[in-house]
Design a protein around this ligand. Structure first.
Ligand code: IMP
Ligand code: MG
Length: 176
């Protein structure tokens, strides 16, 4: 079977939902500047769209997490391969993630960032695989709940491919 993609969430539906989340974030945070912390690489399209959907002052910065192999991930320590530059102490921060799967990454990233004393810390995820959760994760803003299938597009990759697609698609026929 050759590799194929089937659209799961259209570009139009993504953009509509992100516009709502942007308004909601501004309503929740009030007039203060919002610091969006994009988790590289997968969250880059969501960061771009979300940053333009939040009225008022928005700052953007980036973190990248070093990935562990399957066995080591259970030790649960998140290490930053790239740290943010903006000092987040006393700031209203929103972590911008592509997808919440097991919940491990976001749980530990939240813990780490809390030690830096932001005024508030929230999580926005474009996609949520709620059936795959092994770690209870606090996620304030969810674009779409999706089934436990491997998806690509809108930043998500399979072997670094498909990130540029403006929609989310289920990938079929990929050889592991
Ligand atoms: P977790 O919540 O700690 O399991 O980590 C979620 C991460 O796994 C995401 O940031 C993605 O990089 C990756 N991931 C999970 N599900 C998918 C998928 O369906 N397609 C592509 N990457 C995925
Ligand atoms: Mg990711």
């Amino acid at each position: 079977m050759s590799e194929s993609t089937t659209v799961l969430i259209s570009e139009e539906d993504l953009q509509k939902r992100i516009a709502e989340i942007g308004q909601q974030i501004r309503a929740d945070i009030g007039d203060a500047p919002v610091v969006l912390l994009c988790v590289l690489k997968g969250a880059f399209p969501f960061l771009a769209d979300l940053s333009r959907a939040i009225p008022g002052e928005v700052l953007v910065d980036f973190v990248q997490i070093s990935s562990y192999d399957g066995e080591k991930s259970s030790t649960g320590v998140v290490k930053l391969k790239k740290d943010h530059d903006i000092n987040i102490e006393g700031k209203h921060v929103v972590i911008v993630e592509d997808i919440i799967d097991t919940g491990l990454t976001i749980t530990h990233l939240r813990e780490l960032l809390m030690t830096r004393k932001p005024a508030s810390l929230r999580v926005a995820a474009a996609l949520n695989k709620f059936e795959a959760r092994t770690h209870p994760a606090q996620v304030e803003y969810i674009g779409f709940d999706i089934p436990n299938k491997f998806v690509v597009g809108y930043g998500l990759d399979y072997k670094e491919r498909y990130r540029q697609l403006p929609f989310v698609a289920v990938l079929e026929g990929a050889t592991e």
